[in-house]
Design a protein around this ligand. Structure first.
Ligand SMILES: *Cc1c(COP(=O)(O)O)cnc(C)c1O
Length: 383
């Protein structure tokens, strides 16, 4: 029987991973670039750290296990992971992508991937007709659910079924919910992306990215591309992420509990025009979330009445930090218009619902009383 997810965050070594000779509970950092051979044709299994390193391999096994994949690849950032994944395609290939993606992914697709001859069609995958956008050269559907930052929810199994029927890969960026709350591969996706910088690492202290797959062809291609291009995560950073993952479950649960309370508090504020949180029953994706995920996460977005109020909120938070990124133990508030989504063309941003009145919050694990006290003070001070 497969062990529970919290146990797998802690004890992989007893099943699939390796332990060191001294019984260290903290997996050792193998800070080495190369490995000595006992003789010609005799390898320890490790030859050079660009190809593989024991600390990285341990991390990859943990993440593969958490997502239910046959393999995982640890890269130097989320964007490094997505960039690398794009190497499995070739010039002329067409990809259908969610319109409300992380801004960095849109920047990559529009400025790098297109230059390499790839074609993209952006859709609101929670609403638009995906099947109708499929062309002869379509190779993949690339989604996030919930989306960043508007929290739109797509039905993963439904899209997976369309992708299967047309021989396309379904790629899901699962950063927002983490494997603790959602496992897209188990719902029919072929490839999962993570910014390990966010909930997996969880402490706002290191960058990392993952590709997880249950498709052998993709696995083989990616191993070759990683060996060749060399964006594998460094041993020390692997260790930081391994340590972060040990507390993934309790962090996700605690920050989600805070997020639900903040979402409900925001709803009561006269200056707040809309709260986008899929754990609210009125959210259009609530029922799909209940079906395909084990939780609603700790990310929420809200619109205030004026741009001036949005800016005042950003200027007056103190304990809550005005910062990019998400998924760490500290609560962060972000301004998508000038930060995460600044490189998304303005008309696209507005079409997706990201306005100068839109704020995104990554809820951390502080005491809820302190978070609400600070928000109360900030909102009271609005002029
Ligand atoms: C942050 C983020 C990325 C990019 O990851 P980095 O680690 O910052 O390179 C990709 N997708 C989503 C949903 C993200 O939030």
């Amino acid at each position: 029987m497969e062990r529970g997810i919290n146990t797998r965050c802690l004890h992989l070594e007893e099943t699939e991973g390796k332990t060191d000779n001294y019984g260290a509970l903290s997996y050792p950092i193998y800070q080495t670039a190369t490995y000595a051979h006992a003789g010609v044709g005799k390898s320890t299994g490790y030859d050079y750290s660009r190809l593989q390193n024991p600390t990285r391999e341990q991390l990859e096994k943990v993440v593969a296990s958490l997502e239910g994949g046959i393999d995982a690849f640890a890269l130097s950032s989320g964007m490094a992971a997505i960039t690398l994944l794009m190497e499995i395609f070739k010039p002329g290939d067409h990809i259908i992508a969610e319109a409300d993606l992380y801004g960095g992914s849109v920047r990559l697709f529009d400025n790098v991937s297109k230059k390499n001859g790839y074609e993209f069609t952006y859709l609101n995958c929670s609403r638009d007709d995906i099947e109708g956008a499929i062309k002869e050269n379509t190779k993949a559907v690339y989604i996030e659910t919930p989306t960043n930052p508007m929290m739109n929810v797509s039905d993963i199994s439904k899209i997976a079924e369309i992708a299967k029927r047309h021989g396309l890969y379904l790629i899901v960026d699962n950063t927002f919910l983490s494997p603790y709350f959602q496992n897209p591969l188990k719902l029919g996706a072929d490839i999962v992306i993570h910014s390990g910088t966010k909930f997996l690492g969880g402490h706002n202290d290191t960058l990392a990215g993952f590709i997880v797959t249950n498709n052998e062809e993709v696995q083989e291609k990616l191993r070759f591309i990683i060996k060749t291009t060399g964006a594998g995560l460094a041993p020390f950073d692997c260790w930081l992420i391994l340590r972060g993952i040990k507390t993934l479950g309790i962090r996700m649960e605690w920050s989600q509990e805070n997020a639900i309370k903040i979402a409900n508090w925001l709803k009561e504020q006269p200056v707040v025009k809309h709260v986008y949180y899929p754990g609210l029953q009125e959210h259009p994706g609530y029922e799909i979330m209940k079906k395909q995920a084990r939780g609603f996460g700790a990310m929420l977005t809200f619109d205030v009445d004026t741009e001036a109020h949005a800016l005042q909120i950003l200027e007056s938070v103190r304990m809550i930090k005005f910062a990019e990124s998400l998924g760490g133990v500290e609560t962060l508030i972000t301004y998508p218009t000038t930060q995460t989504h600044a490189d998304v063309p303005e008309e696209v941003r507005l079409k997706n619902g990201i306005t100068p009145c839109t704020l995104r919050v990554s809820v951390g694990i502080e005491d809820i009383e302190d978070l609400l006290a600070e928000l109360t003070e900030v909102f009271k001070g609005l002029k």
